[in-house]
Design a binder for this molecule. Sequence first.
Ligand code: MN
Length: 730
Amino acid sequence: MNSSAISTDTPSVTGSAQVTIAPLAELISQYLAPADIRRVRNAFRFSDAAHLGQFRASGEPYITHPIAVTEICAGWRLDADALMAALLHDVMEDQGVPKQELAEHFGTDVAELVDGLSKLDRIEFATKTDQQADSFRKMLLAMARDVRVILIKLADRLHNMRTLGPVSPEKRRRVARETLEIYTPIAHRLGLNVLYRELQDRCFEAMYPNRYRVLQKAVRAARGNRREVIGNVTDAVRAALPAAGIEAEVYGREKNLAGIYRKMTLQEKSFSEVLDIYGFRVVVHTQADCYLALGALHQLYRPVPGKFKDYIAIPKINGYQSLHTTLVGPYGTPIEFQIRTRDMHHIAESGVAAHWIYKSADVSLNDLQKRTHQWLQSLLDIQRQTGDSGEFLEHVKVDLFPDAVYVFTPRGKIISLPRGATPLDFAYHIHTDVGNQASSARVNHEQVPLHTELKSGDTVEIVTSMAARPSSQWLGFVRTGRARSEIRHYLRTVQYAESVAFGERLLAHELKQLGLSLDEVNDATWEKLARASGADSRAEILADIGLGKRLAAVVARRFMPGADVVATTAAAVDEVTAVRSAPILIQGNEGQSVQLATCCSPIPGDALIACIRTGHGLVVHTADCPTALRQREREPERWIQNVAWDNNPAHHFNVRVDVVARNERGVLGRIAAEVSAADANIAHITTQDDAAATVMLHFTIQVADREHLAKVFRYLRRVPQVQRILRLRG
Ligand code: MN
């Protein structure tokens, strides 16, 4: 141990022969200044003393663990502060060393890092979804504040996975599952691919030890069998590239077992069918060389159609760039090639850590660093807007489990969106205002609904309108965290104001039934009610009423002379239905607090029924809506029968109408003319050819009320080709 800068004058106090810090000392002497090496040495001495007498499950002194973690971090060339924090990462949590003491000895930067790591240690990774979501949120937020925290944490986890041997199989599986659920997605998102692959393999081994062993043996055997093929290919490629004027390094590469296993289970293949267990990596000088090398390889062996992927033009979200192609080698063996420059290779192996390892002026490294920083910043923004862990996780899930489509702006800029994304996701990606005012979209110059799923290569254009605004239905089809959180944010803000207004109307109405008036309720009574029911203000109580969280009838009764002002909750629904005597009147323009169900699209004149959905206000259906009838059987207590249209409803209402007509020329034009003659608007038409002889037309028509709809029907019957007209419900 006397060859290293640390160990010469800093023997481990445990004095055990098992403890060696020589490799770490050697590593840091390569890149740290002498003053920094001294600081790291002090941190080691402190940690060694703190962990004295503590042992790992293997029986080794505990200090071996922080040393190993620090070695991994030094492999990434992390700075002295980060290495010190890695050495000290368990002293707060395990040995109760206070943060203040660390700050005095090693500075606040180190103390903050250790504190961040200790907080992550305290997170209970439970299987319950909401708790897991909370753990995830804390992990990501710690990372957002200082990405070094997560790098040290990942190194910690990697070493724990490497030393799982002595622990019980049950604990091994639990740790592996937690690693797969929380740590590997983060490692992948940050592009730490070497670590990511090792974690995956170690998790696979811990969870399925037998399958792991069998597969490992099979891969070894296959490698032996294919040695000749691989040798031939290596020789051929190493000759072909210089012949084409390309200087390149060619490496063989074995795929990780977890990846092969996943391929076998996903594609339901046996091992012998998974042929491409071996691949090649070609590293060249410039981006142009990548494409030249690709051309040379395609001349050497026939490419497998559909296997070529250009991740140079369109990098993966974690910054990964390479050309991928699969060639048909000798004896028909498919062989995968990855072609990249040295800088791309650095990022492909170490992702965001490449920034520390290769402190070069390279643009792509700095760019990756910048984009990662932006992503982390966006996590903090989402956190500020939601606060709720489940929602937070929902937002970042697509970022962590990427599966992207690539679309173009009208000006040809490439935008990557998660698979399943819609024009709305695109709109919010462009700008919040574009999203909030999106009214329709054109994909490849064709008008499409906003919920259309985008495909790679689509050119997307958003049509905005001042009158358009987000609706809660949008949440049903957006895929990006950004769009979801912007829509929620908008709805929350607008909904609150609307809910207060609607709540006030409902309450005034109920008070009237009791012979009281809202004006008579004085501030003192409001305050008393707010206190008793845990609300902050009068507005909050009114908003709760508007949203269906509190019931107007119950609140109203608290204001009766002699009544006790006590808590009112939605649980008291029975009481309400009993009390309510006059109907709640619907105008149709209440905004978010009253929604007209889209299954039956009620219009003025229809008998109504409504459902209180906590947090969503009233959802109004027609009394005969089959969907409503079904839901009522399940949750009768949420339904109110005493709902009616107001005398002057607000505007025109959508109603869905099917028309069956003889399929003759000009029939659609004739029908449209009659709808318009009846002073109604057509909002949407789709047609469906039932047979050659008849056509089924689905209309969405805007009418004022039932009478108006009846007029439309009368006009439509004047068209001789029309055979049947039907208003759709449910
Ligand atoms: Mn640890």
